[in-house]
Design a protein around this ligand. Sequence first.
Ligand code: SF4
Ligand code: SF4
Length: 388
Amino acid sequence: MTRVALLKCEDYDSLLIVEKMLEALNLLGLEPEIFSGKRVVIKPNLLSASAPEKSVVTHPEFFRAALRVVRNHGGTPILCESPGFQPLGKVMKKTGYDRIAEEEGCEVADPRATKILFHDGPCRFKRFEISSAVFDADILLNLPKFKTHGLTYITGAVKNLFGLIYGLNKSQWHLKARSKEEFSEFLLDYYSALLRGFEKPKIFIHLMDAVIGLEGEGPGLAGTPRNIGAILAGQDAVAVDAVVTGVVGLRQKEVLTVTLGEKRGLGAGALDRIDVKGDGLDAFQIRDYAPSKASGRTPVSAWPLNTRLFKDLLVEKPVPSEERCTLCYQCKAICPGGAIGESKGESGIPCYDYNKCIRCYCCMEICPEAAIGLKRGKLQWLVSKWSS
Ligand code: SF4
Ligand code: SF4
């Protein structure tokens, strides 16, 4: 039975987190000496240049604790991340990662150095351009931040690995896999390639920062920080995501990387197939954790649901706010659908072509001012009433 360690942890004191991480490894049956003499790629969530208290990135003290666990047990840590839009240096500076990497002595992989990972499994997608540092690593230490997500419902251990794909290339995958279902299948193809595509398989360890998560319109600055008080650990990313979804009381069947991941044999998605060690699910009494308003349930890639009419009726659309927008146009640069143009109006805020918009919500994720909100489709209130 797959094991997941679930521990209470109420603050970002790095000494406390080191203790919890060691306890979690022990509960998984792993000796910390597993890091000895190994090259350990550390993959936090560094989505964008934002202050740690906004809860968009894996907390820097969580990262520090992971570095200490690796270093103190003879491992060589290498930070590996490629933010969606901004340069890694800028994101590291704003989040405090640059200082910590220097203080603790951590190599930083160049996000532009990439190599092709090919896995000829029973998958639709087989070829992925990822950070070359992963190829040289023995261990992949994944440090996801638990957040809600407009397209994939949550972002956790499986989704965090997407950040090993170089910068803006990530948004191009949204064009190839447009609906929630397709995108989740793509993430699982990719996860499967990471698990099975290297000549010498990597050891995976996932340590999740769910001390303070993000609810509502995550995973970017439009989300709201929410205290959860948990650290999770496991070697099965699907199981870690299943357990954290249970911790916050969200609907597990909505997390397709969990349900489809289980179906495809990539991990344990059902809670009764997971041995939860440590404080247990009952130690957490969260009943009102808010998901993103974007249901992402409509398969917008399939005709006739990909027509403007149906999308307008049934799917939330991103709408920029005149009051908050600073006209940086990062949303336009990241938009894979080419749906965002410059406004001809007085305000100058971006102009959206909802015919082209594939509802991937990358623009919301990246907006540095949390200026993009969601507007429900005209018939959605009716559908939600009917299905409730
Ligand atoms: S909506 Fe956000 S990302 Fe787009 S231009 Fe305005 S501030 Fe920039
Ligand atoms: S407008 Fe936003 S949601 Fe629509 S395709 Fe572009 S990035 Fe995705």
